[in-house]
Structure formats: structure tokens, C-alpha cells
Design a protein. Sequence first.
Length: 210
Amino acid sequence: MIATSSPAEQRTVLQNVSWETFEALLKEIGEDRGSRFAYDGSTLEIMTPLLEHENYKSNFGNFIVALAEELEFEIKSAGSTTLKRQIAKRGIEPDNCYYIKNEPVVRGKLKLDLEVDPPPDLAIEIDITSSSVNKLGIYSALGVAELWRYNGQELKFYQLVEGQYVEHGFSLAFPIVSVNEMSRFIEQSKTVGEIALLKSFRAWVRGKIL
């Protein structure tokens, strides 16, 4: 077992964890917990987010909802729900994830089963400290089409191409959004209040679509 911590996150890593043990832990601990799991074949990382981490998560969530509203896209927010596929022996709980293109397919669903349901169209992953598992590999095995990953300093957009993530300058789900522009607003979140930031972001989106 390895335990690490920072002002943003606390991580515990367990080795040689079987799929059955992973499933049992999910069931035993339940959904009402502050920690998030990432399972990569036999390694289980348990991450507990702290204030810095959750602040970024909140701002990204605000931006996605604002984008969907202004662009008149319907979305389904799946939050940090557990995404897992037994056949791939991979599972993860993102900071946020969303159905956009596939929203009609999952509308009204209260539970997700990635053995039959499509994966989210977009996931957001915040890792201020270094993760001990291959999260790109986990998300690609689950088939998530787009991933935004932020490390507290740098934001990257990834798109799934033939089973591998390729870095892109623009969002697949929201083509008007470049990684540079989104990075600018995330950087502003470090010094600007959430409401003022959201108003500024909405104004920017409206300017892009006029």
C-alpha cells in the first residue's frame, strides 16, 4: 500500500486487487463517500479530493452547463458515477462526465451499465498530484470519446482515435472551445469569484455564437 497527500488530494494505492475485490469494495463502501476509485487491471487507486481539487471541478462543471445552455445542447450530467467494464477489467470515477451526443440514449436512466449503455461523451479528470494508474488507458478501454485533463497548471484536450487518445486543440463535444481559451478561464478561477467568472464565460460564449 502507498499513501500520498497534498493540499489538493490524498491518494492510497493498493496492488494485486482482483476485479471481484474491486466490485466488492464498491458495493461495501457504497456511493455515499468522499473518495473516488480508479482501477487499472490489478491496481486500485483511492483518491480523496480536497478543496483545491473540488474548486476546479466546480468551475469546470459550471462552464459545461453554461456552454450547453448557450449552445442549446441537451446534456445529461453523470458526475462522478462509477464507469466500469468487466471485460476490460477497468473502472474509474471521473470528476465530472457528460452525455451530449448520446444524451437521448440515456435520458431517464437512473443507472448506467457500460456493458450495454454507451460511455459518456466527455469526461473531466483533475490530477493535481501524480496518479499511480494509467488513467488515459482506463478511459480509452471504456470508450470515452473525449477527455479533458487538468493538473493545476496545464489543461489538455484528448480525443479517442482508433482506441488511443490524441491531443487536440479544440473540443470534440463543443467545437467552439479551444484548449487555450478554456485554460484562460481556468487560470482566472484562481483569482476571480465564481459568479463573476461564470458571467464572463457566458459573455464569451455568446460572443462566439453571434
